[in-house]
Structures are given as structure tokens and as C-alpha cells.
Design a binder for this molecule. Structure first.
Ligand SMILES: Cc1cc2nc3c(=O)[nH]c(=O)nc-3n(C[C@H](O)[C@H](O)[C@H](O)COP(=O)(O)O)c2cc1C
Ligand SMILES: Nc1ncnc2c1ncn2[C@@H]1O[C@H](COP(=O)(O)OP(=O)(O)OP(=O)(O)O)[C@@H](O)[C@H]1O
Ligand SMILES: [Mg+2]
Length: 776
């Protein structure tokens, strides 16, 4: 209640109680006080009807926009508008009626129509007799405050909505341990009743929560540590006893200036994520395992290696005590082919197991089914027959998974996963893994069988091929051998023929020479005597004629008959011609002897020119004008004696000269036939009109003698040039040529004398052979 008002003239307060009715002037005059006030102040006369305003201060004018003149005498309600809360107005009305103080906030309007929030306090002013004479209203414009409040409320509501929408449970705890904020998700996650949270006590919250945590002490100490170290943020995972996993995130709630208002604890249920993650991990691991085994299957064709890898990897993956592959025998007993055993458990590889279970046709037909897996979590709880349990006990098996391995349509064996340490609830994923693996192994077995078959076929084929190659090689060897033998045979034949030719010709020549020689000696020795005798006889006839000029008629007749005068004249001529003949015969014999050289089979020095002349002499009959009219042009160089086999070299000359004569005798027809575009430079004028043989000898720069024998005969056609030295190659009619001449010559020159035999021929024009014999 306002009891005192300022007395502006005196500057002192006057006692309102002392006056009956306070005069207005002194109340309003002290502009210094009221004018300086920041609140609007208005005074209404309680005694007048409708309580008109009697005074307002400058702050009122400033707030409302009305001047004092405009408001004095009016009721204050003009400040109200359509939006002014009627309940609040009623509240004022009530207070005024009951002469009570009232404090309200209501919407008012300024003169310009803009609204403002008015925090209004109205108090009655009483006189000394306690009668209300005035009401004083104090107004504060709280529009901006109200706005800020409104905004704060809005943002608070937003925050709350956000918090509630958050999938995480959030709690904010002040440094003093008071819960400042939390959302309903938190209560739900931690199973805390909302009532308890309302108590806002951290300790109570912890008491409720800690029993749910798997390791409460660890978590608790972390909470404490964080409370002691406000700036720290922390992230962690909390394992709950019921299996859930929460991710914890704690961070200090700091103001912009760094003041710490508390700590935010945010919890996220990551159980499902963790499970999915775990499952994915497991799945990835399983895929890795399967792909590893698959890779093995593809890389290795060694079945044993694949099976060993499979059991090893499966045991690692499933973390069981034993994995094995059991292979069926035809009588449905089976053997453990490969296994992987954990430490401390019995090894059973190689054991033959007779399990009656597999003798049951129903079981077998089940096993044929694709994807069938026998799952036993505990042998004592699986309805097994006592003897089956006994068998498994013997093998230390407590739980197992059995999957069939098929080979095509046949049951090949089993993939068995065993737990020995105790019963085990097999997980779906594990069962699935074993199932997939058993299919893979079926494939591997199929592949291995195929490989075995293929490699067996391959081996067979390789063996056949090797045998074929061997026999082929043998055949080739034989053919080569035969070829060689044939070649050798030809050579031998050639040599034989040559020897034969040589020796028979030599013998013939020698025989003839010998036979001729005797009569020639005989004739030659007697020619002189015959000459002497004839002269003596002629002298005697002459003396008779002198002494008997008239001979008897018988003598005269005979003298005329024999033409004695001609006889006398001719006889000496005849005898001398005989002498000439004998001389020629003697030369011929010498030549024959020289040619045959039977006595000279060894190397000897030979006069090439003489050898050639002798050969020509033997061939005289073929060169005579009546035979061929061949001209022989000789050009002998000065040669040293040549160390050689003279008889053989003469043979060469004879072969070459014979061929030249043959070529010259073959006629123009043959020459025209042979004529080709190819023309070799020959060292002789083969265009000569008459059939000619040129013989030239010379010393070469390479320390050898060269014997050229050329002819302007038919020449050698291009296509047979390569063959002319082959034994038995001839172009001559059957019976005329043996085809041995050049091959023998070649052998004599090249093999025997280490020389060369060259042939140049211009087909249709002529041929030149060059014999080159090295000088030693
Ligand atoms: C001293 C005094 C000051 C007042 N100031 C205001 C004011 O600032 N704003 C307002 O809306 N009402 C104000 N009122 C209230 C109104 O004048 C009026 O009493 C109210 O509207 C209730 O009366 P009604 O039902 O006749 O309108 C004031 C009243 C008194 C006595
Ligand atoms: N001077 C030549 N001119 C043309 N052709 C020739 C000449 N010399 C050899 N020949 C060809 O070479 C072939 C082989 O000659 P080679 O002397 O070896 O055997 P041939 O003369 O046929 O028989 P053979 O000499 O045994 O009586 C001849 O048949 C002939 O066709
Ligand atoms: Mg010949």
C-alpha cells in the first residue's frame, strides 16, 4: 500500500493520513520525482463516478502515446482493446470494488494502435479515516520481456519436443546432482518409473539403474570420474544383464562463456546394431571360409588336400572340438578319411566305424535329400538308441552336425562337426555353413573324380603318343639307314663300275697294245730287210736286162704284165709308206700304254698335255672328218708336271671329250630345243659356225692347273643342270649312255684329287667344263 506521496513544494513527504482529502496539486506538482520515474503512474479519483484520471506522469504519456490533457477525466479502460483478456479486466474490477490492491498483466493499446503488455499494479489511497479516495496505477511496459519469455517458451517447447523425438535416452544432471532434464525414452530404456525421475535425484536414479548393468562397478567409477572432470567427454558401451547393449555418450553442458551447467548423458540402444554387425561379421567369415574352400577346390585337384583344408577351416570357424569326413564303403560301414581335432580330444582318423544308423534305408534316403542336416545338440536328449549313444560316447561325441556329401547321385560320405566338451546348441548360421560346405565338397569330389578320369585318359593318350613317336622315330631311323645304305650301295656300285670300266678298258687297251706291238716290232724289224731285199732284187733284174736285151717271150710277157718300171718306182715308196705306218702304229701303242697306265695305279707326275693328246688319239675315230667333222682347237699353256693319278685323269678327259662330241652330234634340233633366255658367259666363241671343241690348259693364281674343255654343242637345259653329276643321270637314249661319265669324273676330280669340276652352260649354245687340279 502506498502511504506517502511527495510534497513537491516543500520537498517533504506529507502524511496522507493527516488530511481528509488530499489536494491534487501538491500530489502532481512534484514533476521531478514522478517525471523521473520509468514506470507510468496514473491517479484516479475513487470518489467520482467511473473513476476518472486526475493525474498521469510523463512515463505514462511515453508508454501510451497519450498526453496528460487527453487522458485526464477519462477512465483508464480506453487503453484496452479487442484482445484484452476480459478475465483480467474482471479481476481489476473486482479489486476496485473490494478496494484491494491488484497486480495484473494485460494487453493494452497505445494511441497509434500498437499493442503492448502492461504490468499494472493498482493500489487504493486512503484518507485518515481509511476511506479510499484515490487509486494509483503503476504501469510497466513489459512487451519486450513478454516477447523474450514467449520465445524462450517456444524454444523450450521445441527442445522438449526434440528431446522426446530423440531415439536416444537423454538425462542432464547438474553439478549438484540434481536431474535438470530427461526424456521419456530414458525412462523407457532404463525401466525407471516417471515418478522417481520427478524426485530429480541423481542418486536415486543410479540406484535404479546400476543393477541392470553387467559390470556396475566399472560403470559407476567412470561416472564418478567424469563428474570430477567436468570438461571431459566420453563415449563407451554398456553391457546390460538382459543382453542389451547401450552406447553411452557423455558431454558437459557448457554456456557460451564456459560455465558448466551440468552433464548430459545420452544412451543409445545399439543391441540390434551389434547383433546385425555380429551376424554380418559371422556371415562374412562364413563366406570367406566357403570361398577359401571353393578356391582350394578350384586351385587344387588334389582331393585329399581339399578335404583336409575343409575340416581344418570348418573347425576354426565353428570353434568345435572335432570335424571329420567320413567315407562310406559299399556295405555302408565307413572310414574317417580326414579330420581336424582340438587339443585333448581323441584322434579317430583312419577308424572304420560301423554305425547301424546308416544301415537304415530310411536314413539313407533322408541323406540323399539335398540340404538335409542331422542336428544333435545333446546325444542324451535326441532320442538315440542306446547302442548309438554308446558308439558316440566311445568317440567322445556329445553334440554333432552331420551333412551328406554326394558324388553325383550317390551318397559318397558325410561331413561331421562334433562337440566333445559338452552339449551344444547349434546356431542356424553354423548349420547353414555346414550345409553349404557339404555341397561344395560334393562338387570337389565330382571335380576330383573327373580329373582322375581325365588324367587317366591323358596318361593313356600320352603313352600311346609316346609309343607312336617311338615307332615313328624308329621308322625314320630305318628310313635314314636305308637311304644311307642305298647311297653307299650306289657309291659302291659306282666304284665297282668305275673300276670295272677302268680295268676292262685298261686291260683291253693294254692287251691290244701288246698284241699290236709284237707284229709291229716284227714288221718294223723286217721292213729294212725287205727294203734291202727288194733293192737287191731290182738291181739283179736290171743287170739281167743289161746282159740279156732279148729276153725269152715268157719273161717279156711277165715284165709287161707286172709293169716292172712302175714296180721299180713304186716299191721303195710302198716300203717307206709301210715304214711310216709302222711308225704310227708304234706311237699308237705308246699312247695306248700311256692311257691305260695299268702299271701306274699310284700317284705320279703327269704331263697333262701329253695325257690329253693320248686321249684325243684314242678318240680319233670319233673326230675324223668322215665321222663328225669336228674341229679341235687346242691352246696348251706351259704347265708343270701335275702330281696325280694319270690313268684316272685321262678317264676324266675322255668322259668330258666324249660328252662334248655327243653334244656336238646331237644336232641343231636339240640345240634349238635347249635354247633359253639364260645365257652364261662362256670363255669360248661358241657362236663359231663349225662344230668345235676348245681345249685350253692354264696355271691358275690359286696354284692349280685348269683344264677347260668346251664345245658349241646343244648346251645343258637349265632344269637338268643340277642333276648332271648324279650317277645314272643321262639324257641319252637307252643303251647309248650309262649316265656315269660325269659322276665318275666328279669323284675322280673332287674326291681323289681334291680339286673342282665346274660346269658352265648356255643352253642351246654350248658348254664348258673346267677341271681344276691343285698343285701340291
Ligand atoms: C488508478 C487506476 C488505474 C488504472 N489503469 C488502467 C490501465 O492502465 N489499463 C487498464 O486497462 N485499466 C486500468 N484501470 C482499470 C480501468 O480503469 C477499469 O477500472 C476497468 O476496466 C474495470 O472497469 P470497467 O468494468 O468499468 O471497465 C485502472 C483503474 C484505476 C482505478
Ligand atoms: N658337253 C655337254 N653338252 C651338253 N650336255 C652334256 C654335256 N656333258 C654332259 N651333258 C649332259 O649330262 C648328261 C650326263 O652326262 P654323263 O657323262 O654323266 O652321262 P652320259 O654321257 O649320258 O652317259 P655315259 O657318259 O655314261 O655314256 C648327259 O646325258 C647330257 O645330257
Ligand atoms: Mg658321258
Amino acid at each position: 500500500m502506498i502511504s506517502y506521496l511527495h510534497q513537491p513544494s516543500t520537498g517533504r513527504l506529507f502524511d496522507a493520513n493527516t488530511s481528509d482529502k488530499l489536494s491534487l496539486e501538491p500530489l502532481c506538482l512534484d514533476e521531478r520525482i514522478l517525471g523521473a520515474a520509468s514506470c507510468g503512474i496514473v491517479l484516479s479519483d475513487a470518489g467520482k463516478p467511473d473513476m476518472p484520471i486526475v493525474y498521469c506522469n510523463p512515463a505514462f504519456e511515453r508508454i501510451t502515446g497519450y498526453s496528460r490533457q487527453e487522458v485526464v477525466g477519462r477512465n483508464c479502460r480506453f487503453l484496452q482493446g479487442v484482445d484484452t483478456n476480459p478475465q483480467v479486466v474482471e479481476q481489476i474490477r473486482q479489486a476496485l470494488r473490494t478496494e484491494q490492491e491488484v497486480k495484473v498483466v494485460l494487453k493494452n493499446y497505445r494511441k497509434d494502435g500498437t499493442p503492448f503488455w502492461n504490468e499494472l499494479a493498482i493500489s487504493p489511497i486512503r484518507d485518515a479515516k481509511e476511506r479510499v479516495i484515490y487509486f494509483i496505477g503503476v504501469q510497466t511496459d513489459i512487451t519486450s520481456q513478454k516477447q523474450a519469455q514467449e520465445e524462450l517458451r517456444a524454444s523450450h517447447a521445441l527442445l522438449k519436443a526434440q528431446q522426446e523425438a530423440d531415439p536416444d535416452g537423454v538425462i542432464v544432471i547438474a553439478p549438484n546432482g540434481q536431474i535438470i532434464n530427461y526424456n521419456s525414452r530414458l525412462c523407457q530404456m532404463w525401466q525407471v518409473p516417471d515418478d522417481m525421475m520427478k524426485s530429480s535425484d541423481k542418486e536415486e536414479f543410479l540406484e535404479c539403474v546400476l543393477p541392470l548393468i553387467a559390470e556396475p562397478l566399472k560403470v559407476f567409477s567412470k561416472v564418478e570420474y567424469l563428474e570430477q572432470h567436468p570438461p571431459l567427454t566420453h563415449k563407451d558401451e554398456i553391457q546390460l544383464t538382459d543382453g542389451r547393449i547401450f552406447e553411452l555418450y557423455s558431454t558437459p553442458a557448457l554456456s557460451a562463456t564456459g560455465t558448466c551447467y551440468g552433464r548430459i548423458w545420452s544412451f543409445r540402444d545399439i543391441t540390434q546394431n551389434k547383433r546385425t554387425e555380429q551376424q554380418l561379421k559371422q556371415q562374412a567369415k562364413q563366406e570367406r571360409l566357403l570361398s577359401c574352400i571353393n578356391q582350394r577346390i578350384n586351385q587344387s585337384l588334389n582331393l585329399n588336400e581339399v578335404l583336409n583344408t575343409a575340416v581344418e577351416e570348418v573347425r576354426k570357424f565353428i570353434k568345435c572340438d572335432r570335424t571329420l569326413i567320413y567315407r562310406f564303403n559299399p556295405d555302408w560301414t565307413g572310414t574317417v578319411d580326414v579330420e581336424s581335432v582340438g587339443e585333448g580330444w581323441m584322434r579317430i582318423v583312419g577308424t572304420t566305424i560301423e554305425d547301424d544308423f546308416f544301415k537304415n534305408p530310411e536314413v539313407i534316403s533322408f541323406l540323399y535329400q539335398d540340404g538335409y542336416i542331422r542336428v544333435i545338440d545333446d546325444i542324451y536328449n535326441a532320442n538315440l538308441s542306446p547302442c548309438h549313444i554308446e558308439l558316440l560316447e566311445k568317440l567322445q561325441v556329445r553334440a554333432n552336425l552331420v551333412a551328406p556329401i554326394l558324388h553325383g547321385k550317390n551318397l559318397w560320405g558325410l561331413l561331421v562337426v562334433q562337440q566333445c566338451s559338452g552339449a551344444r546348441k547349434w546356431q542356424q548360421q553354423e548349420i547353414e555353413c555346414v550345409r553349404k560346405l557339404s555341397i561344395q565338397l560334393s562338387m570337389a569330389i565330382q571335380q576330383a573324380a573327373l580329373f582322375e578320369q581325365v588324367s587317366a585318359e591323358l596318361k593313356e593318350r600320352q603313352a600311346a603318343e609316346a609309343a607312336l613317336r617311338k615307332s615313328e622315330t624308329k621308322l625314320k631311323e630305318k628310313a635314314t639307314q636305308l637311304e644311307k645304305t642305298l647311297r653307299e650301295l650306289k657309291q659302291t656300285q659306282l666304284k665297282l663300275i668305275q673300276n670295272e670300266k677302268m680295268s676292262s678298258l685298261g686291260q683291253l687297251v693294254a692287251g691290244i697294245a701288246h698284241e699290236i706291238n709284237n707284229p709291229i716290232t716284227f714288221i718294223a724289224g723286217n721292213i729294212d730287210h725287205a727294203n734291202q731285199y727288194a733293192q737287191d732284187l731290182l738291181e739283179l733284174v736290171q743287170i739281167y736286162e743289161q746282159h740279156y736285151p732279148q729276153p725269152a717271150p715268157e719273161i717279156e710277157t711277165l715284165t709287161e704284165d707286172i709293169d716292172i718300171d712302175f714296180l721299180r718306182e713304186d716299191l721303195p715308196k710302198l716300203l717307206s709308206s709301210m715304214q711310216f705306218g709302222v711308225n704310227r702304229l708304234e706311237t699308237l701303242v705308246a699312247s695306248l700304254k700311256n692311257f691305260s697306265r695299268l702299271d701306274e695305279a699310284e700317284r705320279k707326275c703327269m704331263d697333262v698335255e701329253q695325257g690329253m693328246e693320248n686321249t684325243l688319239l684314242i678318240l680319233q675315230h670319233r673326230l675324223k672328218p668322215e665321222a663328225s667333222n669336228i674341229q679341235v682347237v687346242k691352246d696348251y699353256g706351259k704347265l708343270p708336271p701335275v702330281d696325280c693319278y694319270p690313268g684316272q685323269l685321262n678317264q676324266v678327259f675322255m668322259n668330258l671329250l666324249n660328252n662334248a662330241i655327243d653334244a656336238l652330234n646331237s644336232g641343231d634340233e636339240q640345240a634349238d630345243k635347249n635354247k633359253g633366255s639364260a645365257s652364261t658367259e662362256l670363255s669360248f666363241p661358241y657362236h663359231a659356225p663349225t662344230p668345235t671343241i676348245w681345249i685350253r690348259t692354264e696355271l691358275s693364281e690359286r696354284n692349280s692347273v685348269l683344264i677347260h674343255i668346251a664345245d658349241n654343242g646343244c648346251g645343258i637345259p637349265e632344269h637338268i643342270k643340277e642333276q648332271i653329276f648324279d650317277p645314272f643321270f643321262t639324257t641319252k637314249p637307252v643303251g647309248e649312255g650309262t649316265g656315269l661319265g660325269l659322276s665318275i669324273s666328279y669323284q675322280i676330280v673332287v674326291d681323289k684329287h681334291e680339286g673342282h669340276l665346274h660346269c658352265f652352260s648356255a643352253p642351246g649354245y654350248g658348254t664348258e667344263f673346267v677341271v681344276e687340279i691343285p698343285l701340291l
